[in-house]
Write a protein that binds this ligand. Structure first.
Ligand code: ADE
Length: 415
């Protein structure tokens, strides 16, 4: 086995059991593996991956390897790698560099190991792999056919890179596919964020005031599930349209300054920084729970808490900060992605669609001749294919347009 860097290889069989469970619930990806197993579209290609390294991701790596790819993978967040899953993947011949609770230096070193593998194709989640490749190993840019980005934050970074004339190859915006954000961002985040909060706190949600910062697709999903569990939901926003959507979905809308003294549970899911900070911590009530569901750990200003208040660990993944007046604030998962730091990420059936898109995006890059550097949309054909395969896997048929209906929809004359 090539030099992998994982915490403990003896965890391999436990990891494989986890991967197998996820795999059994990812029918779309499995169908694509069957469809492509003869043609092996990734034969001889090096695929570098930076994704949250848990069981569903491991199954994607496994499928890509089955289709001929030489995969090198790292995690995309220091707290989301599961050491048993990483070991399980190594035992199946994939090169892995990652472990749970990596320091900032270790995390960067692991991403650099993937960069240094000289990838021809890239799958990134948040943009760290692409950014480090451009800033440290420009000599490897010409080896890259292209890549695919999983998340909103990564696309913001890629578009900024492209606008600055820096992006050296095509990147497919998997996040922006309909069969990604309508399901992964909304229902995936909606469920997995609550999974993380419930697992770590073991507290009731019904009757509480849940403050959600950000009403994009992820915020909408988190709010939907909060209401389903009987919470009252207050949304904070900077976008007047999103704020109106929140109102009409039945949420209260206010500023974070107004929400801070009232909320029981705060969830930041904006993609921006310091959304919940010093002046908010100062007015919160005793027992307030704080967490982040955005890609980077900058939404809840953890340094403000660390700098001012003594802390202690009160449960796995919960840090208590005590204000001088005795008020206790509880931060989940160190302010990192609560669904991955405190749970297992999105459900397998959801990641099935997202990772099917990733696979098809890489296949598209291999087949598309001379796609220019820039951020490209997932084609409608790929989007429809993933949605159709999922229905097929569920045994669900949908209606088809008749010829007369198609003609009607494409006409402009009044009969
Ligand atoms: N599992 C793997 N990648 C994930 C992501 N981006 N969000 C949630 N769960 C995941």
């Amino acid at each position: 086995m090539k030099g992998s860097t994982v915490r403990n290889r003896e965890l391999a069989s436990a990891g494989q059991v986890k991967i197998d469970w996820a795999a059994a619930h990812m029918p779309v990806l499995n169908r694509l593996r069957d469809e492509y197993k003869q043609s092996r579209p990734f034969d001889g290609l090096r695929v570098g991956i930076c994704l949250h390294l848990e069981a569903k991701t491991a199954h994607l790596a496994r499928v890509l390897a089955d289709l001929g790819a030489e995969v090198t993978i790292t995690g995309s967040n220091p707290l989301s790698t599961q050491d048993d899953v990483a070991a399980g993947l190594v035992s199946e011949g994939v090169e892995v560099h990652s472990w749970y609770a990596a320091t900032a230096a270790e995390y960067e070193d692991f991403v650099m190991k993937v960069v240094n593998s000289g990838p021809n194709l890239i799958i990134d989640d948040g943009g760290d792999l692409v950014t480090l490749l451009h800033s440290r190993r420009r000599d490897l840019l010409s080896d890259v056919v292209g890549g695919a980005e999983e998340t909103t934050t990564g696309l913001l970074r890629l578009r900024a890179m492209h606008d600055a004339g820096e992006l050296g190859f095509p990147m497919i915006a998997v996040n922006d596919a309909l069969s990604k954000y309508l399901f992964d961002n909304r229902y995936g985040t909606g469920q997995s964020v609550w999974d993380g909060i419930l697992r770590s706190t073991n507290l009731v949600v019904a009757g509480k005031l849940v403050v959600i910062a950000g009403y994009g697709w992820c915020g909408k999903g988190v709010a939907l599930r909060a209401r389903g569990m009987g919470a009252r939901v207050l949304v904070t926003e900077v976008d007047p349209i999103a704020a109106n959507e929140a109102l009409m979905d039945g949420c209260e809308v206010a500023t974070m300054d107004e929400a801070a003294p009232r909320g029981d549970i705060f969830i930041a899911v904006t993609g921006c920084r310091e959304v919940i900070c010093d002046r908010h911590f100062a007015t919160m009530k005793d027992g307030a729970i704080l967490c982040n569901a955005g890609h980077f750990d900058v939404e809840v200003a953890v340094e403000d808490l660390e700098r001012q208040y003594p802390s202690r660990q009160v449960r796995a993944n919960i840090t208590e900060y005590r204000r001088p007046d005795g008020v206790r604030l509880y931060l989940l998962g160190e302010g990192r992605l609560v669904n991955l730091a405190c749970a297992d990420g999105h459900p397998a059936e959801i990641m099935d669609m997202s990772f099917a898109l990733q696979l098809l995006a890489l296949d598209y890059l291999v087949r598309a001749a001379d796609l220019p550097p820039g951020v490209h949309r997932v084609t409608n054909e790929i989007d429809q294919k993933v949605a159709s395969l999922r229905l097929k896997a569920l045994g669900i048929e949908i209606d088809r347009l008749t010829g007369r209906q198609t003609e009607y929809l494409n006409s402009w004359r009044i009969d």
